[in-house]
Design a binder for this molecule. Structure first.
Ligand SMILES: [Zn+2]
Length: 462
């Protein structure tokens, strides 16, 4: 099986060949831990988890190294910490914000059935590596010190801008660059900057006397270098990171190591909108992963995300969530009814994934397996179960009844059963007024009764 992936840098879908088949290396930009992750943040986490699973299958699990960083030093974190804990020293407040957010993020992505990456480096634990890169860039003339900042001199890299394919004017507009009098060129970006009193600070590189902190871009170059080397196989992230973040990572890493590439393949997932609108707190359509997980099993959210190929824009709609839930309810019924055992991971699904993660095609194959299984094909049911599991879909707790029950929240099942028993007694003594009254009482609780020869069962109303 040949893996083909779309590379943003060359704008082509190409055969993927690892630099070293015994160490297949992938870096994905992770979260900045200052707030609940939203559904847009879930997209790269799920997409690259599917790729991680596929690479582990193709190259052996222990030969694949997946690094996803945690950005724990950032102006947004400082601002949030000052706002939430005004009485605390800033660094203590920052620790509270980053630790709590980090914990939430890991709970969220575990509930979405994402495997932990091989390494999850933190920016604040790689300050020495960042400073080492900065010193080398200054020594080679790619960076300079000005007003206690270190800036990357974009003019020293002739093919800067190749990843995004933008002109210098477009990049200037897109970066909303800070016009600072000390910059040689408005495109030059910050590698290191002085910290205000109270802000997180480390001894500065390049003989700068005042303590400071790194810019955002340098951390990924430093962590990728530390854990994956000077060049590696795959670098991923959301399409919003292409410029300036990834463009700047490339500039830093290639100029430091004098290489023609930072990563062999650059992969970017498309934008996510909600009900046809750009997601924004001001628009009131900002959905966190946590809110979705309160209402739906992680399987459903994950499946919905995979219904769209990763490079396409995705419109996150309630209708699509319902569609995902109905599909998984069907799969769970098929697997349970057939008493399916472990089967094989479907070759057709693997082939779809190997074609630049064509997950809609993979899902079409799952539906085909489910249809076969409904016709009584036991092996198809087993393969469906195993293939879903391979994709990170566990098919547990995903029946529509389970979903309605969890949404209902405070179901008192003992009380429901005692009302059903009382109704059965009333019916046996032909007290139909009482039995109707009990039925209505249950209906008011959102419970629907189903009478049959075997007795009465109940369901949560849709
Ligand atoms: Zn990054």
């Amino acid at each position: 099986m040949q893996l083909r992936l779309h590379d943003t840098l060359t704008r082509t879908k190409r055969l993927f060949e690892p630099i070293d088949v015994t160490r297949v290396r992938m870096y994905v930009c992770g979260p900045t831990v200052y707030d609940f992750a939203h559904v847009g943040n879930a997209r790269p986490v799920i997409v690259f988890d599917v790729l991680f699973r596929l690479l582990r299958y193709l190259y052996e699990p222990e030969r694949v190294i997946y690094v996803r960083n945690i950005t724990d030093v950032d102006d947004k974190i400082n601002a949030r910490a000052a706002q939430e804990y005004p009485g605390l020293p800033l660094n203590d407040a920052i620790r509270r914000v980053t630790e709590a957010t980090d914990r939430q993020f890991h709970q969220d992505v575990a509930a979405l059935n994402c495997l932990p990456p091989t390494i999850e480096p933190r920016a604040t634990e790689h300050i020495d590596e960042m400073k080492a890169l900065i010193e080398r860039l200054i020594a080679d003339g790619n960076a300079y010190v000005a007003a206690d900042h270190v800036l990357f001199a974009v003019a020293t890299m002739p093919d800067y801008g190749k990843l995004s394919g933008r002109s210098l004017d477009e990049m200037l507009a897109g970066a909303r660059v800070e016009v600072a009098p000390f910059k040689r060129d408005p495109m030059d970006f910050v590698l290191w900057k002085p910290s205000k009193p109270e802000e997180p600070a480390w001894p500065s590189p390049a003989g700068i006397a005042v303590p400071g902190r790194p810019g955002w871009h340098i951390e990924c170059s430093a962590m990728a270098w530390k854990h994956l080397g000077e060049t590696f196989d795959i670098h991923g992230g959301g399409i919003d990171l292409v410029f300036p973040h990834h463009e700047n990572e490339i500039a830093q890493s290639r100029c430091t190591f004098h290489t023609s590439l930072m990563a062999k393949t650059w992969m970017h997932n498309g934008f996510l909108q909600v009900e046809g609108e750009k997601m924004a707190k001001s628009a009131g359509n900002f959905i966190t992963i946590r809110e979705l997980l309160n209402e739906w099993p992680g399987d459903v959210i994950r499946f919905q995300m995979l219904m769209t190929q990763y490079r396409q824009p995705i419109d996150w709609t309630r209708a699509a969530t319902d569609q995902a839930a109905v599909a998984l309810d069907g799969f769970q019924q098929v697997v349970t009814t057939a008493q399916a055992r472990e089967g094989r991971v479907s070759t057709a699904v693997l082939e779809a994934l190997a074609d630049d993660l064509n997950t809609p095609q993979a899902i079409a194959e799952l539906h085909r397996l489910a249809a076969e299984a409904r016709k009584g094909n036991f092996h198809a049911a087993c393969d469906l179960k195993s293939t879903c599991r391979f994709l990170g879909i566990n098919l547990t707790g995903v029946s529509l009844q389970d979903i309605r029950k969890r949404r209902h929240g405070d179901l008192d099942e003992a009380k429901i059963q005692s009302l059903i028993d009382a109704r059965a007694k009333a019916r046996a003594s032909k007290d139909f007024a009482e039995s109707d009254r009990i039925r209505d009482e249950l209906a008011a609780m959102g419970i629907v009764l189903k009478d049959s020869k075997e007795g009465t069962t109940w369901e949560v109303a849709p």
